[in-house]
Design a protein around this ligand. Structure first.
Ligand SMILES: [Zn+2]
Length: 397
C-alpha cells in the first residue's frame, strides 16, 4: 500500500498502543475468571461495559444468545466489525487464548472509533461479542439469525504459535445422528417376532464407511454406535449412531455427502424392516473462505507493524473447524493468526502464556493489524468491492 502523507496509519498505531492497559486488563481479568461457552456472563458484561464507556451503543443477548452482543458506533456504511471470542475450555481455562481475542477486538474497535469518528468518515465500527466458539459455534447461530446482514466486512485474530493470514483447510462439518426403530421380542424364545434395529444399524455403518470409496478425497466420515440395545436376550428395538461428516466444501457436504449417508441408512433400514430417522445434533459449520484481497491487506499490515509473517506452509492441511467459516460465506471476513506463545494449543501452558508480556505485546500487535486493515478497506473502497465480488463469485459456483 502506498503510504500517502494523509494516511491515518501512524495515528492508528498510536491509538492502539494507548489502549494497551485496556487490552491487558481484558486479557488478565478473563484469564482469572474463565467461563465456558454460553456461560460467559462476566466476560460479556465486562466487554460491554468498556465499549459503552467508549461511546458504543450496545445490544446484549442478540441472536437469542444471552452472552452475545453487538456494540456499534455510527449508522453509516460500510460497517466494519471486529469479532471477539471469550469462551474458555473446561478444566484448562483460556487454553485457546480467547481472552486475547476479546482484548484484540475491543482494542481495534475503540482505536478506530477514535481515529476515524464514524459520522465524519461515513463509516460504522462494530465490535461483535461472539460466544461459545468451542461448543455450539456462536457465530453460526448469529449468521442464521441475521446479525451479519448489515456488516460489510469482519475481522478476527486468533492467538497461536505463528503469525498468519489464514490459509490451510478449515473444514465444513455437519454431525448427524441416525436412529433405527424396530420391535423387541425374546431373542431366544420368539426371535421371529422381532425387528432388529441393531442389524440395520450395523449394516448401515458398513455401507456408510464404504461410501468413502466413491466420494471426493476432501471428505471425512467417522462415526460411532451410541446405542445397540439393552440386553442380549432382547431383540433391540432401537439402535443409534452418531457421525461426524466433514468436507472442505460445505455445499458438497450438504448436497452430496449427507444425502448419500442417509440413503445408506434408509437402505439398511428397508432391508431389515426398520424405520429410521435423522437429526443433526450439532449445527452446520461451513468451511472457511480465504479472501485473497483481505489476506494481502493483512499481510502488508503485519509488515507495516514490523511483525514477521512466515510464508504459508503448503503442506499444512489444517483439519480444524471454526465458526468463522459460516461468517466468511455471508460477508467478507478474515481470521488472522498471531504469534503469542510457543505453548501447544488447548493447554494450561497456553492459557498462562496469554497474560505474559509476550502475550500482551502480541495482542497489541494483532489489534494494530486488524485496525490498519479495516482502515485500508474503508479508505480504499475498491478493496471492499473486490472482496464482495469474490464472495459473489464463490456463491455462484
Ligand atoms: Zn480458539
Amino acid at each position: 500500500m502506498n503510504e500517502n502523507p494523509k494516511s491515518k496509519k501512524p495515528e492508528i498505531v498510536r491509538a492502539v498502543e494507548s489502549l494497551r492497559p485496556v487490552i491487558e486488563d481484558i486479557a488478565v481479568s478473563l484469564y482469572k475468571r474463565p467461563e465456558t461457552g454460553l456461560n460467559e456472563v462476566f466476560a460479556s458484561e465486562k466487554l460491554r461495559g468498556i465499549l459503552e464507556g467508549n461511546g458504543f451503543s450496545v445490544e446484549a443477548g442478540v441472536a437469542d444468545l444471552p452472552t452475545a452482543f453487538v456494540a456499534r458506533v455510527g449508522t453509516k456504511r460500510p460497517n466494519i466489525a471486529f469479532m471477539a471470542e471469550y469462551d474458555a475450555l473446561p478444566g484448562i481455562g483460556h487454553g485457546c487464548g480467547h481472552n486475547l481475542m476479546a482484548a484484540v477486538a475491543v482494542g481495534a474497535g475503540i482505536a478506530m472509533s477514535r481515529v476515524l469518528p464514524p459520522d465524519e468518515f461515513g463509516v460504522s465500527w462494530t465490535v461483535l461479542g461472539t460466544p461459545a466458539e468451542e461448543t455450539i459455534g456462536g457465530k453460526v447461530v448469529m449468521v442464521e439469525k441475521g446479525v451479519f446482514k448489515d456488516v460489510d466486512a469482519a475481522f478476527i485474530a486468533h492467538p497461536g504459535q505463528t503469525n498468519s493470514v489464514g490459509g490451510g483447510i478449515r473444514w465444513a462439518s455437519h454431525p448427524l445422528e441416525i436412529t433405527f426403530h424396530g420391535r423387541t421380542s425374546h431373542a431366544g424364545g420368539n426371535p421371529e417376532a422381532g425387528v432388529n434395529a441393531l442389524d440395520a444399524c450395523v449394516a448401515a455403518y458398513i455401507s456408510i464407511r464404504n461410501l468413502r470409496n466413491h466420494l471426493k478425497d476432501s471428505v471425512r466420515i467417522a462415526g460411532i454406535i451410541t446405542h445397540g440395545g439393552h440386553a442380549q436376550n432382547i431383540v433391540p428395538d432401537v439402535a443409534q449412531m452418531r457421525f461426524t461428516l466433514r468436507s472442505t466444501d460445505w455445499r458438497y457436504l450438504e448436497n452430496v455427502v449427507i444425502p448419500k449417508v442417509k440413503q445408506c441408512a434408509e437402505g439398511a433400514a428397508h432391508a431389515v424392516g426398520c424405520t429410521v430417522d435423522f437429526r443433526h445434533h450439532e449445527m452446520l459449520f461451513r468451511d472457511t473462505l480465504d479472501y485473497p484481497v483481505l489476506q494481502k491487506i493483512c499481510a502488508e499490515n503485519f509488515k507495516y507493524v514490523g511483525a514477521e509473517l512466515p510464508p504459508p506452509d503448503p503442506t499444512y492441511a489444517g483439519g480444524g473447524v471454526t465458526d468463522v467459516g459460516s461468517v466468511t460465506w455471508v460477508t467478507p471476513a478474515i481470521q488472522i493468526g498471531f504469534n503469542a506463545t510457543s505453548a501447544r494449543g488447548h493447554s494450561v501452558e497456553f492459557a498462562d502464556s496469554t497474560v505474559t508480556p509476550r502475550g500482551i505485546d502480541a495482542a497489541v500487535m494483532a489489534a494494530k493489524v486488524l485496525a490498519l486493515s479495516a482502515y485500508d478497506i474503508v479508505s480504499e473502497p475498491h478493496l471492499l468491492d473486490e472482496a464482495k465480488a469474490f464472495l459473489k463469485e464463490r456463491l455462484s459456483r
